[in-house]
Design a protein around this ligand. Structure first.
Ligand SMILES: [Cu+2]
Length: 135
């Protein structure tokens, strides 16, 4: 009798452990949705302005950005040991033509744009490009 009770106890403990493992599996497998695919939103808001973060190094990233229309914008371009021609930064439509520092952040104010406006930027040779869509 004594032995049987012990076996029953062990089975009970085993069942409890199993339930905990299975429960834990479901708990952890129910993760939140993964980050949005590829098109990471580079736009954040600061006060009544929006800030677009662009990285210039071997091209521009992200290459397509969707921003809010009718809102003052700051385009913040980050370089980090950028020794390629993406540091020769131009936005012809806005008359921007600037040699960026090899490392640092350069801010370009952009006036509020009408919905549907697209602004293209390129390196001075037109090899690398990016686009900002205002909607
Ligand atoms: Cu270039």
């Amino acid at each position: 009798m004594e032995v049987k009770k012990s076996v029953a106890n062990n089975i009970l403990i085993a069942i409890v452990i199993l339930v905990l493992i299975v429960g834990g599996f479901f708990l952890f497998s129910n993760k939140p949705e993964s980050t949005p695919n590829g098109n990471v939103n580079a736009v954040s808001t600061s006060g009544d302005k929006q800030i677009i973060d662009l990285t210039a190094k071997g091209g521009y990233s992200p290459s397509v950005i969707t921003a809010e229309a009718n809102k003052e914008t700051i385009l913040r371009v980050s370089t980090n040991s950028t020794f390629d021609c993406s540091s020769a930064f131009t936005i012809p439509k806005l008359g921007i033509n600037k040699m960026l520092p090899a490392s640092g952040k350069t801010e370009f104010p952009i006036a509020a744009q009408a919905p549907g406006t697209e602004i293209d930027g390129t390196c001075s040779m037109g090899m690398y490009s990016f686009k900002i869509k205002f909607s």
